[in-house]
Design a protein around this ligand. Structure first.
Ligand code: BT5
Length: 256
């Protein structure tokens, strides 16, 4: 914790809580948000025993191997109408931070960061509502750093990797966290500017390639990844050339 506090000391965090072991940093952050946490309060864990993905899926975070954190954001101004862009903001911040360390990464829509087409990070953004108003967004991110962080093959719905496998043996995870948060804080004022969407689109995985997308339990739609809408929805070009917009929700995307 001392080391982490020191590394993050230059950042304008609202607060910092570190756990050696926790169920889920998102759960801790949701509880803290309900308890009045300030904007940019951060929950970090060394190990998660109940790490969550979307739709109740599990996220694997063994001790000492990964980055697992949740950032509490109190949206203000135009951010309030653009909360759907926060997971893209997190993904882009990670891609930019990795680039600084010479690692090329891409964003698999909607919420994964891939290195060499394998999943190295997942994002779970959860919104706390007060009536019709957004109270806070909890931006949870799990990043695989060392070999031990990569889950066993069985139970994986997409191939996984970690930063260490990609040649960055000497990238300490809390330094990466600092870089990621710096990028995120720098991008945040441009959340709704169109610039973020442009940057996100430029690192979109499978761009121009044919993929299959499942929305809920329906039959998959096949099309080419054409880009993003201004709200972060995915544009898919169908066989006839027509564009189909896929919104966030219960979606899965796979290369063909
Ligand atoms: C995600 O869900 O990718 C979002 C993961 C968010 C995790 C962070 S960690 C900090 C914070 N606290 C939490 O409790 N959660 C957030 P989804 O797209 O549903 O992908 C989940 C699927 O990814 C699982 O069903 C597995 O197949 C696979 N998976 C699980 N752990 C993995 C890992 N460490 N690396 C790669 N794939 C993994």
């Amino acid at each position: 914790m001392e080391n982490l506090t020191k590394i993050l000391s230059g950042l304008p965090l609202g607060g910092l809580r570190f756990y050696e072991t926790v169920g889920s940093t998102n759960d801790e952050a949701l509880a803290w948000a309900a308890d009045g946490a300030k904007d940019l309060s951060l929950v970090v864990a060394d190990e998660q025993t109940l790490g969550r993905g979307r739709l109740g899926r599990k996220w694997f975070t063994p001790p000492g191997a990964a980055l697992a954190f949740s950032l509490i954001i109190r949206p203000r101004g135009v951010e309030r109408e653009n909360i759907g862009l926060f997971s893209g903001l997190g993904a882009l911040a990670l891609v930019d931070a990795l680039e600084k360390h010479g690692i090329v990464a891409e964003i698999k829509w909607p919420n994964d960061v891939l290195i060499r087409r394998r999943k190295s990070a997942g994002i779970l953004a959860e919104t706390v509502w007060l009536g019709n108003e957004v109270d806070s967004v909890v931006l949870g991110m799990g990043v695989n750093v060392t070999f031990e962080s990569v889950p066993p093959l069985e139970g994986l719905n997409f191939p996984a990797t970690c930063i260490e496998s990609e040649g960055a043996i000497s990238l300490p995870r809390f330094d990466l966290l600092k870089n990621l948060l710096e990028e995120l804080i720098e991008w945040r004022p441009r959340l709704a500017s169109g610039e973020l969407i442009q940057a996100w689109e430029s690192v979109l995985a499978f761009r121009g390639e044919t993929v299959r997308v499942w929305e809920g339990k329906t039959e998959p739609i096949t099309g080419q990844v054409a880009g993003l809408e201004t709200d972060g929805s995915l544009r898919l070009r169908l066989n006839g050339g027509e564009i189909r917009v896929i919104r966030f929700g219960e979606v899965h995307l796979r290369p063909l």
